[in-house]
Design a protein around this ligand. Structure first.
Ligand code: NDP
Ligand code: MG
Length: 369
């Protein structure tokens, strides 16, 4: 039996992970379920799945006592490494949690792209230092990682295309004051609110370009985006001899999570009326794509971190009705036109302290001027 922890169990990745666990209970000893502040949901999950420990990161003594939750130190101070830890926590704020998870995981299945972007090569190096096998489960990166780990063509790689679904507005007009409900109603994926907004603006694909750059050590010329509105294709790999490998699976996170846990799954592509049509998204309609590629071309470490933090701040403001939908893109484009932001974006990051400095810098950027 393998030990298992699901961190961020109350979210969308958490739900997919619990689905996989439920089908394979006999193979796992569920040690931890953990959430940020949703104690009602965590309490329910505790009752159903009976983990050894349940943890609420934003907790207090009275909540811990009332619901018999454990302290986060129980997780961080573990003596024996957990076989599989699934990290479905959201946001750049989770960088520190994910760093701590590297130290207690034999295998860390990571969905959180913000951590990979912000932590960059320092996060990857900590994984190596602690002998933690880092497995991306964001579907595109999972497919690329899976391909490169098996493939003898690793050194023949010329380009990687991350495939987008197109989101809710790919074939529709986008309104400046689009309502939240329409924005987060994704045609295929059922995900958390933040990533659903990102999917509609293509910021998600931009974040994924940055994520791929770090994970697979690629440069701006080796990365691009295409759209498959069926979401069956996740990555397209081009070799130097102009031969392409398209990597497909049914669009459900259960597939990448199961694969990373070395389990089978029942989700297969439906080939009836199957129509594979990869198209290039319009950079005019989705200007964040051009911005993302421009940031990559700047070659600085800080640009992707600044974009990640600013975008998250703006999306959170939109979800709180503090700005209009159109302001997310307008603000990002305007801010990345400022001379001081371009200068800062081109700078390198030398250590984890620098990462935190860059995050602080981005957290303080004036969104309005
Ligand atoms: P959700 O918002 O649905 O869930 C987030 C989870 O993380 C919740 O359990 C939440 O707890 C917890 N959490 C939030 N903030 C913190 C924090 N600061 N510290 C600790 N825990 C925290 O998000 P998703 O599941 O949609 O996405 C999670 C991550 O996975 C994101 O980085 C996203 O980009 C990535 N991803 C998601 C995909 C998907 O299909 N959903 C696909 C590919 C990648 P609580 O409920 O208590 O707030
Ligand atoms: Mg993805």
């Amino acid at each position: 039996m393998k030990t298992l922890a699901i961190i961020g169990s109350t979210g969308s990745i958490g739900a997919s992970s619990l689905k996989v666990y439920k089908k394979n209970k006999e193979k796992f000893n569920l040690l931890f379920l953990a959430a940020n502040s949703n104690f009602t949901k965590l309490k329910k999950q505790k009752k159903i799945y009976k983990p050894k420990y349940s943890i609420l990161f934003k907790s207090n003594l009275s909540l811990e006592k009332k619901y018999n939750f454990s302290k986060k130190e129980t997780l961080y101070n573990l003596k024996k490494k957990i076989d599989f830890v699934i990290s479905g926590v959201s946001g750049f704020d989770s960088l520190d949690i994910n760093i701590k998870l590297l130290k207690i995981s034999k295998n860390l299945l990571i969905a959180n792209k913000e951590t990979i972007i912000c932590g960059g090569r320092f996060f990857m190096n900590i994984a190596k230092r602690y002998n933690c096998n880092l497995i991306p489960i964001d579907s595109e990166h999972h497919c690329i990682d899976f391909f490169l780990k098996q493939s003898k063509f690793k050194n023949e790689l010329s380009k990687v295309f991350l495939i987008a679904s197109g989101g809710p507005f790919f074939k529709k007009k986008i309104k400046y004051d689009q309502d939240i409900k329409t924005v987060i109603r994704h045609p295929i994926w059922k995900m958390g609110k933040k990533i659903s907004v990102d999917s509609s603006t293509f910021a998600n694909k931009v974040l994924e370009l940055f994520e791929a750059k770090t994970l697979f050590n690629l440069n701006s010329k080796q990365l691009d985006i295409k759209v498959d509105t069926t979401s069956n294709t996740h990555a397209l790999i081009k070799l130097k001899n102009k031969i392409y490998f398209s990597i497909m699976h049914f669009p459900n996170m259960v597939v990448s999570i199961s694969n990373a846990l070395k389990l089978k799954n029942n989700f297969d592509i439906n080939f009836n009326n199957f129509n594979l049509n990869l198209v290039s998204p319009s950079k005019k309609k989705f200007p964040l794509i051009a911005l993302g590629l421009k940031i990559l071309r700047m070659k600085g470490d800080r640009g992707p971190v600044i974009f990640t933090v600013l975008n998250e701040r703006l999306v959170n403001m939109f979800l709180l009705n503090k700005i209009k939908y159109g302001d997310i893109c307008i603000s990002l484009l305007k801010i990345f036109d400022r001379k001081n932001i371009i200068r800062e974006s081109k700078k390198q990051i030398l250590n984890l302290k620098d990462v935190r400095k860059t995050i602080n810098f981005a957290e303080k950027i004036d969104l309005c001027s």
